[in-house]
Design a protein around this ligand. Sequence first.
Ligand code: SF4
Length: 691
Amino acid sequence: AAMRETELKRTKTVCTYCGVGCSFEMWTRDRELLKVQPQPEAPANGISTCIKGKFGWGHINSEHRLTKPLIRENGAFREAEWDEAYALIARRFGEIKAEHGPDALAFIASSKCSNEEGYLMQKFARAVMGTNNIDNCSRYCQAPATESLWRTVGYGADTGSIADLEASELLIIVGSNTAESHPVIATRMKRAAKLRGQKHLVADLRKNEMAQRADMFIKPEPGTDMIWLNAVARTIIEMGRADDQFIKDNAENYDDYVASLEGFTMEFAEQRCGLSRDQLDRVVDMVLEAKTICGVWAMGVTQHTMGADTATALCNLLLVTGNFGKFGTGGYPMRGHNNVQGASDMGCMPDRFPGYDFISDDTVRVRYEDAWGVELPTGKGLNNHEMVSTIHDGDLKSLYVVGEDMGIVDSDALHVQSAFEKLDFMVVQDMFFSRTCEYADVVLPASPSVEKEGTFTNTERRIQRLYEVFPPLGDSRPDWRIHTELARAMGADWAYGHPSEIFDEMASLADMFAGANYDALEGFKSQQWPVAADGTSQANLYSDGQFHFDSGRARFHPVHWNEPTDQPDEEFDLHLNNGRLLEHFHEGNLTDETAGIVFKIERSFVEVSPELAAERGVKAGSIVRLVSRRGAIKVSVEVTDRVQGRQMYMPMHGKKNIEAINVLTSFESDKDTDTPAYKELAVKMEVLSVE
Ligand code: SF4
């Protein structure tokens, strides 16, 4: 027994699955994961985890892992050594840059990678290749939320901590399937409701678990949240119940905002949102009764053509009622991937350096030019969505995608796939041979979170360290190492030997992280940004009454209503919504490797209401073809009253064209941020077999 004890290794890591940022120990022996052991000192989760964090680690030793670089030759892939792969990439990137200029290349960073890896990815794009064509998957999800917070309060992130969510008297939860997408935060919300009488107002198309438990559940028509949010704000102002003192002391542009609300009457909200006057009055009462309110939202708000404006309407309502700055208040977009916050924080964006400094700011750019010893590009680069269009236009020739299965998770997947076919040269870096790899010229085998050191930043801006649990499998390598070696192959003098050196460089350049360092993040310790040079940070961003603008005051931002796109008509007569499953992570590349999870959720399905099932003669297990204005898929039916009438719901789980929701979704996008309008989708349903 003594011998077995010495073989056991305990390593702290951070979950790779969602923005809650649960941390825990992994108990291992050699390459075997014996158990995931939560620790009370874990700042985001204590002793809680969900099924994915506890059990979803089948990917680590999966036989499907890529362990060798792959090079396409005569239409097929062959294994290669790293040096050969690097040399090929360096040559082709160099040729394309020489022939078409640096902006003919583009880079997609991964929100599953560490901060250090994100930092290197943008440095590679900017300093080595000379382009600002870099983006990350927040473009698919919360970019509109970030925009709404930038506009109104100044920082593009959750304004407080999970502790604020727990302490609040009222949570307004809009378009967030919190119990499945952010399970451990949902547990803390449920506990606050049970133990402290916290109230939950849930607005969603689907009666998800949070809706079932809510004090009040409203189901506005798809894409109309802006209207009821504005109508509630307008009513509160008309009643003389706005927090005038807060507004006078802390905010500007109020008069313009009040004027912009003119058309947002309760009558308009009743008529267009399909809500009753009683429901709307009750919402007003709940808002007025609560001394502290947090607004919580996710993709049900953002993935619309009016995504940023709808999130802004919620931020405006929080300002009207004085709900920023105090403990238990603020705006909380729930970040999806484990490090989607960090990917943007690290400057994997077409217009920002690390810490959100603008590339157009000459002083900042010179600081980076001096540190990196190169001249940097000045023009705003392409975002993810624009990259796809620019490939179709013929002006973007090469794409380097890290850890994102763009070919199946980007909206209008067939349009994205046909763009990939037009590329001159494509590099994909991943752990598995994803759908996107099929279009690559070179595939680089990357290591998962447990095979590297680094940091992740969770939804509450909390930076946490992860330690190497296992050495990289086979010939796979951590992404930071791949970036470093590839940069060297292209002639750069990168010499990073450990992620802490990357982090220190980043912190020396980005003011937002001035006082952040690995010592302060040792073990289960964490820091929430911004971290001042003296190491202090603010858990609730505006607790000092200073908003992140030159004036120190928050800004009301008027928004205007437009109808959603891709609406149902006579032919495409059903609305199809989509979202996450508790058990699976997104398309499933990681979680499909855990047998227990696959056993529980074997394949994708569409939720159909009992009314619609009766009308169309389908039942549980029937196979249907769903057809949109762009494509068609085949799925099995689940009949449930979580959805109603002609609205259906499908998980985003699915890796093949025949089953993936994004074969159906459109290329329309948020007018301000280009986040695809995944949630604006009309389909028709053809019954293939009833059994
Ligand atoms: Fe991982 Fe999120 Fe589950 Fe926590 S709640 S264990 S971070 S998937």
